[in-house]
Design a protein. Sequence first.
Length: 417
Amino acid sequence: MFAGMKSCIILWLAILLFASNSLGKDFRYLRTEDGLPDGEINSIVQDSSGNMWFATWSGLVKYDGYYFEVFRPVLGDTTSLPEKKIKKLFVDSNTNLWIATSMGLCRYNQNLKTFQSYRFEGISSGGINILYLSELEKHLVVHAVEGLYILPLSKAYEAGKMISRNQVLNKGQSSDEYYYYSLAFNDQLIFVSNSTSQTSSIVFTSLFSTGQKTFLSVEKMVELKERINCIEHCSITNTLYVATTKGVFPFSLDTGEFTGNILFQREDVQKIVYTSNHRLYASVTYPRLLYIDLHTGITGNFESNPYLAGALLDNEILALFEDFSGNLWIGHQGQGISIMDLYRKKFFSFHKEPFREETLNSNTIMCFEGTDNEIFIGCRNNGLNVVSKNELATRFPVFRKLLVKNDNFPGGISDGI
């Protein structure tokens, strides 16, 4: 009987040890020592089959949860990846994977494992500097330093296809404004114009066609006095979260106005993502990840600590992405990827500490009992612990001691519970 009890205790201790050493950590990692071929992650997407894709400076990386597959240029093979330096990735509604390299654009054919490159109107040599890729009404929108280019997805499979350059029309007149950022949502495409003055503009456009030509037409403009870094759309609240050098400014699409409630005030927010657990996660200019729960208003942060396993990797954040399963992927500048399960429940570990009086009597626990307000913990030796359930919500709960041995009992009596 004692042997069976001993085995049960060992099993419970192993479970508790596993919980405190794995589930209690905030992040797990993909690094070069884990097989990731390059630690500099510029962009992250997930395809319709659940595979993760990473853009790096040394090639395109596919990860199926177990194995990595790396795509790089192959000398003499025109169907291979045309260039190894990858900037941006995008998956469209037809499940096409688009790859923006440092010099051009290509599409991956998952059936043939080949790449199709595209030419751009007016670009003869020297390549094109693509900033963002998005989709608007079944059209791929390529936002580049050289201008805006639009490709109907129905024509994406044509060999040697040239993507047409398009214009943004404001009151019927062509706009030559340089746009720093773009984002598509709800059949609209917004652009950000950051001028040298203190005022930035958010330009709302929609797509329309006249004959064979497609245009983007300006519907309205909204100004903000802060420099804008990026924008995230939340469909549930129909809100734009505008990340700036002075915090995040929510903009209600229903009222057409900023709400006045500034999030992450005075923080220079570089990247932002809205996740399915109703939180906003934001990266800043130093190795730290901030968050706010939009339902409760609770805020917090994850800081890097190279000496603590499970902490955020000590490096700049370049990409934020949530996958289908509720994992947040954080791409770093040189050390790989931090991954957090957004729905994981935390485990808290309690043990006997030799230099603190209010801890457990022993690290070997024999039994539990309790009331509505208290928990009784029977220890292998040194008697019983009692702790308030309210105390367990604190960082250092007080475990009160009830000893079995005292002056009225002989020394040989067992003091275990």
